[in-house]
Design a protein around this ligand. Structure first.
Ligand code: TXA
Ligand code: MG
Length: 315
Protein backbone atom coordinates (compact mmCIF):
# COMPACT_ATOMS: atom_id res chain seq x y z
CA UNK A 1 0.00 0.00 0.00
CA UNK A 2 1.26 3.49 -0.73
CA UNK A 3 -0.13 6.64 0.89
CA UNK A 4 -3.15 6.79 3.14
CA UNK A 5 -6.05 8.82 1.69
CA UNK A 6 -7.24 11.74 3.83
CA UNK A 7 -11.00 12.03 3.40
CA UNK A 8 -13.00 15.21 4.03
CA UNK A 9 -15.97 15.04 6.42
CA UNK A 10 -18.54 15.48 3.63
CA UNK A 11 -20.82 13.24 1.52
CA UNK A 12 -18.02 12.31 -0.87
CA UNK A 13 -15.59 11.46 1.93
CA UNK A 14 -18.15 9.37 3.80
CA UNK A 15 -19.18 7.51 0.61
CA UNK A 16 -15.53 6.74 -0.16
CA UNK A 17 -14.86 5.56 3.42
CA UNK A 18 -17.93 3.30 3.35
CA UNK A 19 -16.94 1.81 -0.02
CA UNK A 20 -13.41 1.07 1.25
CA UNK A 21 -14.79 -0.62 4.39
CA UNK A 22 -17.19 -2.75 2.34
CA UNK A 23 -14.23 -3.75 0.15
CA UNK A 24 -12.37 -5.09 3.19
CA UNK A 25 -9.97 -2.15 3.58
CA UNK A 26 -8.98 -0.40 6.83
CA UNK A 27 -10.39 3.09 7.41
CA UNK A 28 -9.79 5.25 10.46
CA UNK A 29 -12.77 7.35 11.53
CA UNK A 30 -13.53 9.77 14.38
CA UNK A 31 -15.74 8.85 17.30
CA UNK A 32 -16.58 11.06 20.29
CA UNK A 33 -13.89 9.20 22.30
CA UNK A 34 -10.86 8.57 20.05
CA UNK A 35 -10.23 7.75 16.38
CA UNK A 36 -11.04 4.12 15.58
CA UNK A 37 -9.29 1.84 13.09
CA UNK A 38 -12.28 0.32 11.34
CA UNK A 39 -12.77 -2.90 9.40
CA UNK A 40 -15.86 -4.84 8.31
CA UNK A 41 -16.49 -7.08 11.36
CA UNK A 42 -18.02 -9.80 9.18
CA UNK A 43 -14.87 -10.09 7.03
CA UNK A 44 -12.18 -12.19 8.77
CA UNK A 45 -9.37 -11.04 6.48
CA UNK A 46 -10.26 -7.39 7.03
CA UNK A 47 -10.33 -7.88 10.82
CA UNK A 48 -6.99 -9.69 10.70
CA UNK A 49 -5.54 -6.70 8.85
CA UNK A 50 -6.33 -4.53 11.92
CA UNK A 51 -3.95 -6.59 14.06
CA UNK A 52 -1.31 -6.48 11.33
CA UNK A 53 -1.54 -2.69 10.86
CA UNK A 54 -1.38 -2.01 14.61
CA UNK A 55 1.36 -4.56 15.20
CA UNK A 56 -0.77 -6.08 17.96
CA UNK A 57 1.11 -9.02 19.42
CA UNK A 58 -2.04 -11.01 20.15
CA UNK A 59 -5.58 -11.30 18.87
CA UNK A 60 -7.24 -9.20 21.59
CA UNK A 61 -11.00 -8.91 21.17
CA UNK A 62 -12.27 -5.76 19.45
CA UNK A 63 -15.23 -3.44 19.94
CA UNK A 64 -17.90 -3.66 17.23
CA UNK A 65 -19.55 -0.36 16.31
CA UNK A 66 -23.19 -0.12 15.24
CA UNK A 67 -25.24 2.85 13.96
CA UNK A 68 -28.14 2.42 16.40
CA UNK A 69 -29.60 0.35 19.21
CA UNK A 70 -31.98 -1.28 16.70
CA UNK A 71 -29.05 -2.97 14.96
CA UNK A 72 -27.89 -4.77 18.14
CA UNK A 73 -30.38 -7.68 18.07
CA UNK A 74 -28.72 -9.22 15.00
CA UNK A 75 -25.41 -9.62 16.83
CA UNK A 76 -25.93 -9.97 20.58
CA UNK A 77 -28.40 -10.67 23.35
CA UNK A 78 -29.41 -7.37 24.97
CA UNK A 79 -31.72 -7.63 27.99
CA UNK A 80 -32.11 -6.70 31.66
CA UNK A 81 -29.48 -4.32 33.06
CA UNK A 82 -27.65 -4.25 29.72
CA UNK A 83 -30.77 -3.08 27.91
CA UNK A 84 -31.36 -0.40 30.55
CA UNK A 85 -27.80 0.89 30.16
CA UNK A 86 -28.04 0.85 26.36
CA UNK A 87 -31.29 2.81 26.43
CA UNK A 88 -29.86 5.34 28.87
CA UNK A 89 -26.42 5.91 27.34
CA UNK A 90 -26.43 5.00 23.62
CA UNK A 91 -25.36 6.65 21.49
CA UNK A 92 -22.42 7.45 23.76
CA UNK A 93 -19.04 6.48 25.23
CA UNK A 94 -20.22 3.14 26.69
CA UNK A 95 -19.25 -0.35 25.48
CA UNK A 96 -21.26 -3.37 26.63
CA UNK A 97 -19.83 -6.91 26.60
CA UNK A 98 -22.79 -9.12 25.67
CA UNK A 99 -23.44 -12.78 24.79
CA UNK A 100 -22.90 -13.13 21.06
CA UNK A 101 -25.97 -14.19 19.05
CA UNK A 102 -25.70 -17.48 17.13
CA UNK A 103 -25.52 -16.82 13.40
CA UNK A 104 -24.36 -13.23 13.95
CA UNK A 105 -22.05 -13.40 10.95
CA UNK A 106 -19.30 -11.69 12.96
CA UNK A 107 -15.79 -12.96 12.33
CA UNK A 108 -14.68 -15.07 15.33
CA UNK A 109 -11.48 -12.98 15.37
CA UNK A 110 -13.57 -10.03 16.61
CA UNK A 111 -14.26 -11.87 19.89
CA UNK A 112 -10.88 -13.65 20.02
CA UNK A 113 -12.75 -16.89 20.56
CA UNK A 114 -14.84 -15.64 23.53
CA UNK A 115 -18.61 -16.34 23.64
CA UNK A 116 -19.18 -12.59 24.10
CA UNK A 117 -18.89 -9.51 21.91
CA UNK A 118 -18.18 -5.90 22.90
CA UNK A 119 -20.67 -3.51 21.25
CA UNK A 120 -20.98 0.24 21.12
CA UNK A 121 -23.14 2.85 19.38
CA UNK A 122 -20.88 5.91 19.11
CA UNK A 123 -22.21 9.45 19.50
CA UNK A 124 -20.37 11.21 16.70
CA UNK A 125 -22.27 12.44 13.63
CA UNK A 126 -19.58 11.28 11.17
CA UNK A 127 -19.23 7.86 12.78
CA UNK A 128 -22.97 7.33 12.75
CA UNK A 129 -23.33 8.37 9.11
CA UNK A 130 -20.39 6.18 8.13
CA UNK A 131 -21.81 3.16 9.99
CA UNK A 132 -25.26 3.65 8.45
CA UNK A 133 -23.81 4.02 4.96
CA UNK A 134 -21.43 1.05 5.33
CA UNK A 135 -24.32 -1.20 6.32
CA UNK A 136 -22.01 -3.60 8.16
CA UNK A 137 -20.92 -3.85 11.80
CA UNK A 138 -17.49 -2.19 12.06
CA UNK A 139 -14.79 -3.55 14.36
CA UNK A 140 -12.52 -0.76 15.56
CA UNK A 141 -9.79 -0.51 18.16
CA UNK A 142 -8.11 2.83 18.69
CA UNK A 143 -6.16 3.82 15.55
CA UNK A 144 -2.65 3.76 17.01
CA UNK A 145 0.24 1.31 16.75
CA UNK A 146 0.01 -1.22 19.57
CA UNK A 147 1.19 0.19 22.91
CA UNK A 148 1.33 3.82 21.77
CA UNK A 149 -0.83 6.81 22.68
CA UNK A 150 -4.41 6.74 21.37
CA UNK A 151 -5.25 9.25 18.59
CA UNK A 152 -7.68 12.12 19.08
CA UNK A 153 -6.90 13.87 15.76
CA UNK A 154 -6.42 12.65 12.17
CA UNK A 155 -2.79 13.85 12.33
CA UNK A 156 -2.16 11.46 15.25
CA UNK A 157 -3.54 8.59 13.17
CA UNK A 158 -1.26 9.44 10.25
CA UNK A 159 1.77 9.84 12.53
CA UNK A 160 1.38 6.21 13.58
CA UNK A 161 -0.25 4.42 10.65
CA UNK A 162 0.39 6.39 7.42
CA UNK A 163 0.81 3.94 4.54
CA UNK A 164 -0.51 1.03 6.61
CA UNK A 165 -4.23 1.85 6.24
CA UNK A 166 -6.34 2.82 3.22
CA UNK A 167 -7.81 6.07 4.54
CA UNK A 168 -8.60 8.35 7.43
CA UNK A 169 -11.83 10.32 7.63
CA UNK A 170 -10.81 13.66 9.12
CA UNK A 171 -13.44 14.92 11.55
CA UNK A 172 -11.23 17.18 13.67
CA UNK A 173 -10.49 16.59 17.36
CA UNK A 174 -12.51 14.05 19.37
CA UNK A 175 -14.65 15.81 21.99
CA UNK A 176 -14.39 13.26 24.84
CA UNK A 177 -10.75 12.29 24.35
CA UNK A 178 -10.55 9.00 26.30
CA UNK A 179 -11.87 5.60 25.22
CA UNK A 180 -15.32 4.32 26.10
CA UNK A 181 -16.21 2.87 29.49
CA UNK A 182 -16.48 -0.94 29.17
CA UNK A 183 -19.12 -2.76 31.22
CA UNK A 184 -19.41 -6.55 31.27
CA UNK A 185 -22.50 -8.43 32.42
CA UNK A 186 -21.47 -11.69 33.94
CA UNK A 187 -24.42 -11.46 34.47
CA UNK A 188 -24.17 -8.70 37.11
CA UNK A 189 -22.72 -5.44 35.72
CA UNK A 190 -18.95 -5.11 36.21
CA UNK A 191 -16.65 -2.23 35.24
CA UNK A 192 -13.99 -3.68 32.90
CA UNK A 193 -12.42 -0.37 31.87
CA UNK A 194 -13.08 3.15 33.20
CA UNK A 195 -13.66 5.54 30.31
CA UNK A 196 -15.55 8.45 28.85
CA UNK A 197 -18.81 7.68 30.65
CA UNK A 198 -18.27 8.20 34.40
CA UNK A 199 -18.92 5.07 36.51
CA UNK A 200 -21.06 7.24 38.80
CA UNK A 201 -23.56 7.83 35.95
CA UNK A 202 -23.81 4.08 35.33
CA UNK A 203 -24.35 3.39 39.04
CA UNK A 204 -27.06 6.06 39.20
CA UNK A 205 -28.85 4.39 36.26
CA UNK A 206 -28.58 0.90 37.79
CA UNK A 207 -29.37 2.09 41.31
CA UNK A 208 -26.53 -0.11 42.57
CA UNK A 209 -22.76 0.04 42.83
CA UNK A 210 -20.77 -1.40 39.92
CA UNK A 211 -18.52 -4.33 40.72
CA UNK A 212 -14.89 -3.73 39.79
CA UNK A 213 -13.06 -6.39 37.84
CA UNK A 214 -10.81 -8.47 40.05
CA UNK A 215 -7.49 -10.24 39.55
CA UNK A 216 -8.91 -12.16 36.56
CA UNK A 217 -8.73 -8.89 34.61
CA UNK A 218 -6.55 -10.58 32.00
CA UNK A 219 -9.47 -12.86 31.15
CA UNK A 220 -12.24 -10.28 31.46
CA UNK A 221 -10.63 -7.59 29.36
CA UNK A 222 -7.80 -9.33 27.56
CA UNK A 223 -6.61 -6.22 25.75
CA UNK A 224 -5.94 -4.33 28.93
CA UNK A 225 -2.18 -4.89 29.03
CA UNK A 226 -0.52 -2.81 31.72
CA UNK A 227 2.03 -0.93 29.64
CA UNK A 228 -0.12 0.89 27.13
CA UNK A 229 -0.65 4.46 25.93
CA UNK A 230 3.07 4.98 26.34
CA UNK A 231 5.05 7.98 25.11
CA UNK A 232 8.80 7.40 24.77
CA UNK A 233 9.60 9.48 27.86
CA UNK A 234 9.47 8.12 31.41
CA UNK A 235 6.42 9.28 33.37
CA UNK A 236 6.16 10.09 37.10
CA UNK A 237 2.65 10.42 38.57
CA UNK A 238 1.22 12.49 41.43
CA UNK A 239 3.98 15.08 41.12
CA UNK A 240 3.37 18.27 43.11
CA UNK A 241 6.18 19.99 41.15
CA UNK A 242 8.63 19.05 38.40
CA UNK A 243 12.15 18.02 39.41
CA UNK A 244 15.12 19.39 37.45
CA UNK A 245 15.10 17.94 33.93
CA UNK A 246 11.42 16.99 34.03
CA UNK A 247 8.55 18.49 32.06
CA UNK A 248 5.40 19.06 34.11
CA UNK A 249 2.06 17.97 32.68
CA UNK A 250 -0.17 20.01 34.94
CA UNK A 251 -3.71 19.66 36.22
CA UNK A 252 -5.32 22.60 38.01
CA UNK A 253 -3.68 25.94 38.84
CA UNK A 254 -0.05 24.72 39.05
CA UNK A 255 2.99 26.85 38.20
CA UNK A 256 5.62 26.00 35.60
CA UNK A 257 3.70 23.39 33.61
CA UNK A 258 4.98 22.63 30.09
CA UNK A 259 1.36 21.79 29.25
CA UNK A 260 -1.75 21.76 31.43
CA UNK A 261 -4.63 19.26 31.08
CA UNK A 262 -7.01 21.81 32.59
CA UNK A 263 -5.74 24.91 34.40
CA UNK A 264 -9.16 25.28 36.08
CA UNK A 265 -9.19 21.63 37.22
CA UNK A 266 -12.09 20.58 34.95
CA UNK A 267 -11.98 16.77 34.42
CA UNK A 268 -13.99 16.88 31.18
CA UNK A 269 -11.52 19.35 29.67
CA UNK A 270 -8.61 17.26 31.01
CA UNK A 271 -9.93 14.07 29.38
CA UNK A 272 -10.33 15.84 26.06
CA UNK A 273 -6.74 17.13 26.29
CA UNK A 274 -5.05 13.99 27.70
CA UNK A 275 -3.89 12.15 24.57
CA UNK A 276 -3.37 15.40 22.65
CA UNK A 277 -0.93 16.66 25.29
CA UNK A 278 0.84 13.28 25.56
CA UNK A 279 1.26 13.26 21.76
CA UNK A 280 2.74 16.76 21.91
CA UNK A 281 5.15 15.93 24.69
CA UNK A 282 6.13 12.76 22.81
CA UNK A 283 6.80 14.76 19.63
CA UNK A 284 8.94 17.26 21.55
CA UNK A 285 11.45 14.70 22.88
CA UNK A 286 12.07 12.16 25.59
CA UNK A 287 12.80 14.30 28.66
CA UNK A 288 10.94 12.70 31.60
CA UNK A 289 7.37 13.83 32.25
CA UNK A 290 5.98 14.58 35.73
CA UNK A 291 2.18 14.66 36.03
CA UNK A 292 0.13 16.59 38.61
CA UNK A 293 -2.28 14.55 40.75
CA UNK A 294 -5.73 14.05 39.18
CA UNK A 295 -8.69 13.27 41.50
CA UNK A 296 -10.11 9.75 41.24
CA UNK A 297 -13.72 10.81 40.54
CA UNK A 298 -15.85 11.08 37.38
CA UNK A 299 -13.63 11.12 34.28
CA UNK A 300 -10.62 11.28 36.63
CA UNK A 301 -10.84 7.48 36.91
CA UNK A 302 -10.33 7.03 33.18
CA UNK A 303 -7.58 9.68 33.10
CA UNK A 304 -5.69 8.04 35.99
CA UNK A 305 -6.13 4.57 34.44
CA UNK A 306 -4.49 5.77 31.20
CA UNK A 307 -1.76 7.68 33.07
CA UNK A 308 -0.90 4.64 35.24
CA UNK A 309 -0.58 2.53 32.10
CA UNK A 310 1.59 5.19 30.47
CA UNK A 311 3.83 5.21 33.57
CA UNK A 312 4.01 1.40 33.92
CA UNK A 313 7.26 -0.45 33.22
CA UNK A 314 7.55 -1.15 29.52
CA UNK A 315 7.25 -4.81 28.65
O1 TXA B 1 -13.68 4.43 22.74
C1 TXA B 1 -13.40 3.29 22.38
O2 TXA B 1 -13.80 2.29 23.00
C2 TXA B 1 -12.51 3.12 21.14
C3 TXA B 1 -13.30 3.69 19.96
C4 TXA B 1 -12.58 3.51 18.65
O3 TXA B 1 -14.59 3.11 19.91
N1 TXA B 1 -12.15 1.75 20.92
C5 TXA B 1 -11.28 1.09 21.74
O4 TXA B 1 -10.98 -0.21 21.34
O5 TXA B 1 -10.78 1.58 22.72
P1 TXA B 1 -9.75 -1.04 21.90
O6 TXA B 1 -9.56 -2.21 21.00
O7 TXA B 1 -8.56 -0.18 22.08
O8 TXA B 1 -10.24 -1.62 23.25
C6 TXA B 1 -11.15 -2.68 23.28
C7 TXA B 1 -11.09 -3.38 24.58
C8 TXA B 1 -10.08 -4.51 24.57
O9 TXA B 1 -8.88 -4.10 25.12
C9 TXA B 1 -10.71 -5.57 25.43
O10 TXA B 1 -10.15 -5.50 26.71
C10 TXA B 1 -12.17 -5.18 25.52
O11 TXA B 1 -12.35 -4.02 24.78
N2 TXA B 1 -13.01 -6.22 24.93
C11 TXA B 1 -13.41 -6.35 23.65
N3 TXA B 1 -14.17 -7.44 23.50
C12 TXA B 1 -14.28 -8.01 24.70
C13 TXA B 1 -14.94 -9.17 25.19
N4 TXA B 1 -15.65 -9.95 24.40
N5 TXA B 1 -14.82 -9.45 26.50
C14 TXA B 1 -14.11 -8.64 27.31
N6 TXA B 1 -13.46 -7.53 26.91
C15 TXA B 1 -13.54 -7.23 25.63
MG1 MG C 1 -6.54 1.11 22.34
Amino acid sequence: MTGTEILAPDDTGIARAAALLRAGELVSFPTETVYGLGADATNGAAVARIFDAKGRPRFNPLIVHLPSLDAVADYAVLEGDALRLAQAFWPGPLTLVLPVRAGSGLSPLVSAGLPTVALRVPDHPLARRLLAETGRPVAAPSANPSGRISPTEAAHVLAGLDGRIAAVLDGGPCPVGVESTIVGLAPAPVLLRPGGLPAEAIEACLGAPLALHGPDEAINAPGQLLSHYAPRAAIRLDAETARPGERLLGFGPVAGAALNLSPSGDLVEAAANLFHHLHRLDAEGDMPIAVSPVPEIGLGRAINDRLRRAAAPRG
